[in-house]
Design a protein around this ligand. Structure first.
Ligand code: BGC
Length: 375
């Protein structure tokens, strides 16, 4: 009799569990707390998403991924992204000359736009210049530098921001949401946007990964599922060519250490001061695994999934130790790598590249997953 009752209870338990997983019930703990105030007094929050040994912290300032903890092969977690200990660190650096955009949402247009301008529907739009004559990551006051509204959602947090028509030079009121969820080591970032005027748009996340939790990234073994990349000129603007990676240091179709060819005698590597290029992904526009990083000493693995046509692989060539990051430690040359999923740089000026235009009535929607594991 007792056994029967117990069995009954177990069966009910299983049924409840099955129902919960069918309904995709949240199991990640989501909490929020104050992260400080902006110079104008606006309050900033930080959300903590915890699922077992994985933890992501995201602030409403710039949607920055402030910390991301993942276990190594012994189960020991480490923070695998660069950044600062507090809000002041981020604010001071975003307005300073050595802005690295650590962990932030980049918008409206990630990456470079040549000559800080583009023409859309016959009208010329001028943008702020912050990278020689070009615009990089939308200038000095982009999505990385505003306070987003936030609400907790199952397994994560959703941020929203309304960019005004003409803000930093771009047309259209653009209602944007970025939803972060963390489930079993998968940090999923889902971007959505709608406009009330024809505009251009290219959103990404600018996390700097160091899977060992310190040191340089030269021994990281990288795979990128791309048979072509977009070569650049001296200003890191694409020439328009989609060049085969075959026989070049840009061929990462087989896992290769970052440092194996980074100093090779190659004009593109010299122009980028290392890897700082956009790869043309072979994902056919569908959400698929496009890149992997394996860090041999810790065993940590980062897999990147996206539906975007490109990925900017940047090896921290402009980090030079002058900026002091978490714990006051300088962010040294090549101490992290970025895998920024996005459209190709300068697309608004390059008619042969996939379009970045968004029209009223259309919905911009794209997904990237940074998935952590170990072996
Ligand atoms: C760019 C680099 C730049 C870095 C920080 C990356 O997306 O490709 O050239 O230095 O962002 O702004």
């Amino acid at each position: 009799m007792t056994a029967k009752i117990l069995l009954g209870k177990t069966a009910i338990g299983f049924l409840l569990l099955a129902a919960a997983s069918l309904a995709g019930e949240a199991k990640t703990k989501v909490t929020s707390q104050p992260f400080g105030k902006m110079p104008d007094g606006t309050s900033v929050e930080i959300y903590t998403l915890t699922d077992g040994p994985f933890e992501a912290q995201i602030t409403t300032y710039g949607g920055i991924v402030v910390s991301l903890k993942a276990p190594d092969r012994t189960g020991k977690p480490a923070d695998v992204v660069l950044g600062f200990d507090d809000l002041n660190g981020y604010v001071a650096n975003f307005n300073g000359p050595s802005n690295a955009y650590f962990g932030a949402i980049i918008g409206r247009y990630a990456n470079r736009i040549a000559n800080a301008s583009f023409t859309l529907d016959g009208q010329k739009y001028s943008l702020p210049k912050n990278n020689g004559d070009n615009t990089l990551h939308s200038g000095t006051h982009g999505f990385n530098n505003v306070v987003w509204k936030a609400k907790a959602v199952p397994n994560g947090v959703e941020l929203s921001y309304l960019a005004k028509d003409g803000e930093t030079g771009f047309p259209g009121n653009l209602a944007t949401t970025v939803r972060y969820t963390l489930v079993k080591g998968d940090l999923r970032i889902e971007y959505s946007a709608e406009t009330d005027k024809d505009t251009v748009l290219n959103l990404t996340n600018h996390s700097y990964f160091n899977l060992a939790g310190g040191g340089d990234i030269l021994k990281n073994e990288v795979t990128i599922d791309a048979s072509r990349f977009t070569p650049v000129n001296a200003n890191l603007i694409p020439t328009g060519e989609l060049k085969s990676v075959e026989g070049t240091p840009f061929d990462f179709r087989k896992s290769t250490a970052v440092g194996a060819r980074i100093n090779a005698d190659n004009e593109q590597l010299q122009l980028g001061h290392g890897y700082d290029h956009n790869w043309v992904l072979d994902n056919g526009g569908k959400l698929a695994e496009v890149a992997e990083v394996y860090e041999p000493s810790s065993g940590r693995i980062l897999k990147v999934f996206t539906d975007q046509p490109g990925i900017q692989f940047y090896t921290g060539n402009f980090l030079n130790g002058t900026v002091k990051g978490k714990g006051g430690k300088p962010d040294e040359y090549r101490s992290a790598l970025c895998l920024e999923t996005q459209h190709f740089p300068d697309s608004p000026n390059q008619p042969s590249f996939p379009t970045t235009e968004l029209k009223p009535g259309e919905r911009y929607h794209t997904v990237t997953v940074y998935s952590f594991s170990y072996r």
